[in-house]
Ligand binder design. Structure first.
Ligand SMILES: [Zn+2]
Ligand SMILES: [Zn+2]
Ligand SMILES: [Zn+2]
Length: 146
């Protein structure tokens, strides 16, 4: 679940499957190189991606993405939200409210793991357990592999 999305304010914060609470594409985090900076031969989602032509992989405004901020507790996330507000970002009141509520009775922020031990990123709403990207792609490919 998310506390707030970009449609409601300048912050997108949610409980992350890898543990903790993530402030995604955070305006307070330093920009980071992305798949579009350094390119990739075979990215699991994007396939072949070219190195950024503008900076040749050094990192520039054209290809770098806002980084994420990971908060390890509900309390940290609340402090982080206030930092956004102090910085002039729009943060809806209900985000503060639901975080305060979760400080009292929120669920554990431990990561969800795939059965192989990697952090799970793929979820089905049927009976399939959560899987990491690697196992998920392997299973999908099993039908046409040898
Ligand atoms: Zn943030
Ligand atoms: Zn670039
Ligand atoms: Zn796995």
């Amino acid at each position: 679940m998310s506390y707030c999305r970009f449609s409601d304010g300048d912050v997108y914060m949610f409980v992350h499957v890898a543990g903790g609470i993530e402030c995604c594409a955070c305006s307070l985090a330093p920009k980071v190189k992305s798949i579009f900076t350094e390119g990739s031969e075979k990215h699991p989602l994007f396939g072949k991606v070219k190195v950024c032509g503008k900076c040749k992989g050094k990192g520039c405004d054209n290809c770098m993405m806002p980084g994420d901020t990971r908060c390890n507790s509900y309390q940290d996330a609340l402090v982080h939200l206030y930092e956004h507000k102090t910085n002039g970002d729009k943060v809806p009141d209900y985000a503060f409210k639901s975080l305060r509520k979760d400080i009292k009775n929120g669920e554990s922020l431990e990561p969800l793991l795939c059965e192989c031990g990697e952090i799970a990123m793929l979820f089905n709403f049927d009976s399939t357990p959560p899987r990491c990207i690697k196992c998920g792609l392997k299973e999908d490919g099993d039908e046409d592999a040898d």
